[in-house]
Design a protein around this ligand. Structure first.
Ligand code: ADP
Ligand code: MG
Length: 333
């Protein structure tokens, strides 16, 4: 008789927890200046809410540390003092700066956090842009090689005055990865974390992939130009429609060509798919600077990523790894 009660209790517990299992979603605005979406599968509502809180805490932490809008952030301190001499920085910032350097090399200089040496002269919300003379003065400070890292001392130094860095092109991806780690640490096995254009997924939707839509760059929010099935992957989209103003037939927007100091406008959008959001974020700006052909060559060369580019004339280009999916459509005959 004795074991019956625990067995029954266990069966009851199983049944009741299965009944409560559900997708839990929360959408939050205002961290890192963007919209954060977290969705996860959970068998316990309270644990799900606590897990989402942990993701948002991670995002707030990245915002506090990496934002150039906050004068107290570690990055703002680096911008203020690194030209004076080597500065000891946190392991976390050192890691992001090291990764940034890697993406500069992979993208032949298209990704460059020192873009901010001219980038700070723009204010896209206020429709402010620098004169050509102001750009010419600031441009010599744009070069990722001005950021000198010393791994032994864990220091950073700017080799010339006038250098500014901004992690707006990589920090959201990093924050998404941190959020995903927080969920994994809590045993979550199916989840989506998105921050603006950067997202990452754990697991699938019970045998089916997550379907992530890529926005049509010339249509409203919610319009989709193509959908990509994803399981255990990160995806980042950069678009010229995110933060911009049009003046005299020219679109001024938030991705800057490090060689010219002007908006990089060689594509309408670029999406990169890969294992980590920091990686996909770091690589999604390349196509704007280098153009679709050069960028696709680089994307095809990097083993663990794929890409979708929307060209200026509205064509959708896929990297080699995505061609099988595209070709799955019935043959024409
Ligand atoms: P989102 O902020 O929506 O994730 P992106 O991933 O496309 O958008 O990143 C755009 C941001 O990248 C810009 O707002 C700016 O902070 C930064 N950025 C702009 N140009 C460059 C560049 N050439 N290299 C690195 N970062 C850049
Ligand atoms: Mg991004």
């Amino acid at each position: 008789m004795k074991p019956t009660i625990p067995l029954l209790a266990a069966a009851f517990l199983l049944a009741s927890s299965a009944a409560r299992a559900e997708w839990v979603q929360r959408i939050t605005d205002g961290i890192m200046g963007t919209r954060i979406t977290v969705e996860l599968w959970s068998e316990d509502r309270a644990q799900a809410e606590a897990a989402i809180d942990a993701v948002l805490d991670a995002m707030r932490h990245v915002d506090e540390t990496m934002s150039t809008y906050k004068p107290t952030s570690e990055v703002s301190q680096v911008n203020a003092h690194a030209a004076e001499g080597p500065m000891r920085i946190s392991g976390e910032l050192f890691h992001i700066l090291t990764e940034s350097e890697k993406y500069s090399e992979l993208t032949e200089g298209a990704f460059d956090i020192t873009y901010a040496s001219v980038g700070y002269l723009y204010d896209f919300r206020e429709h402010v842009k620098p004169t050509d003379a102001a750009i010419a003065r600031a441009l010599p400070a744009v070069d990722h090689r001005h950021v000198v890292l010393n791994p032994d001392q864990r220091t950073v130094r700017f080799s010339t005055p006038g250098v500014r860095i901004d992690l707006g092109g990589i920090a959201k991806g990093y924050a998404v990865d941190l959020g995903i780690e927080a969920l994994k640490a809590r045993g979550i096995t199916r989840a989506y974390v998105g921050a603006g254009g950067d997202s990452r997924i754990i697991g699938d939707r019970f045998g089916k992939p997550w379907m992530v839509g890529i926005r049509d760059p010339r249509k409203g929010e919610g319009s989709v130009i193509t959908r990509i099935p994803l399981t255990d992957a990160a995806i980042s989209t950069s678009g010229d429609y995110e933060r911009f103003f049009d003046e005299g037939g020219v679109r001024y927007h938030h991705i800057i060509d490090p060689h010219t100091g002007k908006s990089a406008s060689k594509v309408r959008s670029a999406t990169v798919i890969g294992p980590y959001a920091m990686r996909t974020d770091g690589l999604s700006k390349t196509a704007f600077v280098l153009g679709p052909e050069e960028a696709m060559k680089i994307y095809n060369r990097i083993e663990d990523i794929d890409a979708v580019i929307v060209t200026l004339d509205g064509r959708v280009l896929y990297s080699k790894g995505l061609e099988p999916a595209r070709a799955a459509a019935p043959p024409p005959h």
